[in-house]
Write a protein that binds this ligand. Structure first.
Ligand code: PGA
Length: 252
């Protein structure tokens, strides 16, 4: 499995800027040994897709989805609609959504199921708050978040899932989590997956790390056992810097 790098633009760049970002990124030298993808705002997917032309790097991803197929859900976007942009991944349960919009584990599971049913790989974000971290509750919190999804999804579905371990205190804070802490958290997630599913399912399930990853620390994460890639927020906003980060993460 190639290591995964997903840029999470969050609420940055409408269609005009998104098109410019993609064109600038495409002018850079991009490594082939990584699975590089950009999670762009829904309104910018069309522009990003046309600026990509025939290029397959980066793949496109979504940042959120609604679980119903269609109907009276004002403002929402379904997995079926997202699939028209040929997106590869879609984030669900990002801590900003859990915290600001009160998304629950149950909603996150429903979103993951909807995506899998459209062949889109859900990237399920989990992670503890600063307080939970201080109280040494990390393992308990992330195990609960992981199990909540694993107990609802169809384990026979052909579309894999990905977990993103994102300690909330490390997101956008510049306080990157130590590779050792990330390694331990990834082990908790890995064990929970094996316990709830099977070796086979676990082998297909990547676990990536996110939270203040940048060009200076990405190598540490990418070379830590058990970390299958990174989710990058702030450091993905500049296309040239993000391309440099991808080259740094590459082993070619
Ligand atoms: P950050 O965000 O890299 O800016 O910390 C990561 C994320 O929230 O996915």
């Amino acid at each position: 499995m190639k290591k995964i790098i997903i840029a999470n633009w969050k609420m940055h760049y409408g269609p005009i800027k998104a098109g410019g970002w993609v064109r600038a990124f495409r002018r850079e030298r991009l490594p082939k040994d990584l699975d590089i993808s950009i999670a762009v705002p829904h309104v910018s997917l069309s522009a990003a897709r046309s600026s990509l032309g025939r290029a397959s790097i980066p793949a496109l991803s979504g940042q959120d989805v609604f679980w119903e197929k269609d109907g009276p859900y004002t403002g929402e976007v379904s997995a079926n609609m997202l699939s028209e942009f040929n997106i590869k991944y879609c984030l669900v349960g990002h801590s900003e959504r859990r915290r600001i919009l009160d998304e629950t584990d149950d909603m996150v599971a429903k979103k993951a199921i909807a995506l899998q049913n459209e062949g889109i790989i859900p990237v399920i974000c989990v992670g503890e708050t600063a307080t939970q971290n201080k109280k040494k509750e990390t393992a308990k919190v992330i195990r609960k978040q992981v199990n909540a999804v694993l107990s609802k999804i169809d384990l026979e579905n052909k579309t894999p899932i990905v977990f993103a371990y994102e300690p909330i205190w490390a997101i956008g804070s510049g306080k990157a989590c130590s590779p050792q802490h990330a390694k331990e958290a990834h082990e908790v997630i890995r064990k929970a997956i094996i316990k709830k599913t099977s070796e086979d399912f676990s082998n297909k399930t990547a676990i990536i790390y996110g939270g203040s990853v940048d060009v200076n620390n990405i190598t540490e994460y990418m070379t830590t056992t058990g970390i299958d890639g990174c989710l990058i927020g702030g450091a993905s906003l500049n296309p040239r810097n993000f391309a440099l980060l991808c080259r740094t993460a590459s082993t070619l």
